[in-house]
Design a protein around this ligand. Sequence first.
Ligand code: NAI
Length: 302
Amino acid sequence: VKAKTKNIIKGAESAQEVGVIGAGIMGGGVAYVTADKGMDVVLKDINKAGLALGLDEANSLLSKQVERRRKTPKAMGDTLNRIQPTLHNESLQATDMIIEAVVENPKVKEVVLAELEQVAPNAVIASNTSTLMISGLAQALKKPENFCGIHFFNPVPKMPLVEVIRGEKTSDETIQRAVKYVAQLGKTPIVVNDCAGFLVNRCLAPYFHAFNQLVVDGGHIPTIDKVMSKEFGWPMGPAYLLDVIGLDTAAHCLDVMEEAFPGRMTKPEKNLIQAMVDLDHYGQKNKQGFFTHTPDRKGRLK
Ligand code: NAI
């Protein structure tokens, strides 16, 4: 991958000022890792509460670095100063790379993407969508050649892999600039073709369905999670992973996958994830999911 990346990014323009749209779980993380690598970031959301959450996330990630003496308080301040929060699209005019990370709803994303193209016509615009096809979202744009997918994984600071998705009309230059930006972050880009769920979520969707069915068949959630993490060796079990992703986001993604692959990604008849969302259990983001997430002494959610 390293050799391939080197080849792709030869001569590509570096990202200098990055727009991040949607300051949620993903947008907050992307803003943090981008500012941490010295780039300026404009972080946009539709409301102040959303922005505050994204900035809190960056703040808490940086505080951890200071606690572990990996960063000085001054470096922490410098990184935070590079993130400019805003509620207005006009602040994005000078950006050359924009990551759209709003809710996984094609109608919302299409409106947002069309607005971004108007305000920053020379920027690469990338969607962080987990499952929606890039060629489908591109229909909202006048210049689909400037658009691709840049799919980060959660938690953004920890996960090295980033999928760069080439839509039907994405230009080579856009792919080069996207791969270069991911390399600037010190992460591992892989360029993948366009399909619902790309590579990783095509593997994860059946895994979540299998977990759902296992529970419907009588499986005990904490035991399944313990076996898959502690005993089997994965970093976390399926229920905890769903809580970290956000059950609302996971439910949207699994709907998209079912529609995209009829008969191959069918949700179990008893849809546990949707049932949790109907109970307003969204996972770690509202502290209540398959598990209850209580803050530890330092305020970090467990
Ligand atoms: P989230 O629900 O935590 O955050 C979404 C944010 O977007 C909220 O702050 C909301 O106020 C904001 N927003 C909504 N409409 C907006 C608009 N029109 N303009 C600006 N901001 C707007 O969602 P999350 O989990 O961060 O997901 C965002 C995207 O990233 C989705 O497409 C999701 O599929 C994808 N993704 C999510 C992952 C996860 O584990 N949660 C992993 C990888 C990708």
